[in-house]
Design a protein. Structure first.
Length: 209
């Protein structure tokens, strides 16, 4: 997962409320376990309209999506976060999210910023013509017009995003501490090592028979 401390650029001034994961990525795209190519199916129903926001040359390829409340509701498909990232979106700004979507976004390095509706309304107006900046260092969303909106984020999630650590990376980063703990446990409880050895021999014997 790539570290992210700032996301800046164009933003989709959408603002739609209660967008569920089936709208983000329809069910027939879930046959794949790959994260690549899902961007083609992102917002498929919305993009059937030739005048849709996501294919508008003025906004296509924007790294930020400004959405309405309860974004990512519905089923728990992680593919929703994959699809957003595959289409180039690196951050979403909304008044609220589904808990499951929020967790999936974090695990996949997608920044999910929570701001009140008045701030969302203002950012939608700005994004129609100008860029938006999300800064995890200062915990603010800013515009070229001196708008400055502070947001909060769980410190652990913020640290992981800024260091580019997913669950696997987080575990590997603590490899030394884990190895030390396992060594101390082995010394303090040597019978555990014998029990594991006996279990291994038993498994090997069962395989031979």
């Amino acid at each position: 997962m790539e570290p992210v401390s700032k996301v800046e650029g164009g933003a989709y001034p959408w603002g739609a409320k209660n967008i569920d994961t089936d709208i983000i990525i329809p069910a027939h795209w879930l046959k794949t376990v790959s994260r690549e190519g899902l961007g083609q199916g992102a917002f498929e129903a919305v993009r059937q309209d030739p005048d849709n926001l996501f294919d508008d040359p003025a906004h296509a390829g924007s790294p930020i999506l400004i959405a309405g409340e309860n974004f990512g509701c519905g089923s728990s498909r992680e593919h929703a976060a994959w699809a957003l990232k595959d289409m180039g979106i690196r951050a979403v700004i909304a008044p609220s999210y589904s808990d499951i979507f929020s967790g999936n976004a974090f695990k996949n390095g997608l920044v999910a910023v929570v701001l009140p509706q008045p701030a969302i309304d203002r950012l939608i107006e700005v994004a129609k013509t100008d860029p938006v900046t999300i800064d995890l260092e200062t915990m603010t969303v800013t515009t070229p017009f001196q708008d400055r909106f502070a947001f909060e984020m769980d410190p652990f999630r913020r640290e992981c995003l800024m260091e580019g650590l997913d669950e696997v990376g987080l575990t590997l980063a603590r490899d030394t501490a884990i190895s030390k703990y396992e060594s101390e446990v082995a010394d303090a409880r040597p019978w555990l090592k014998r029990e594991r050895a006996d279990e291994s021999l038993a498994v090997a014997g069962n395989r031979r028979t």
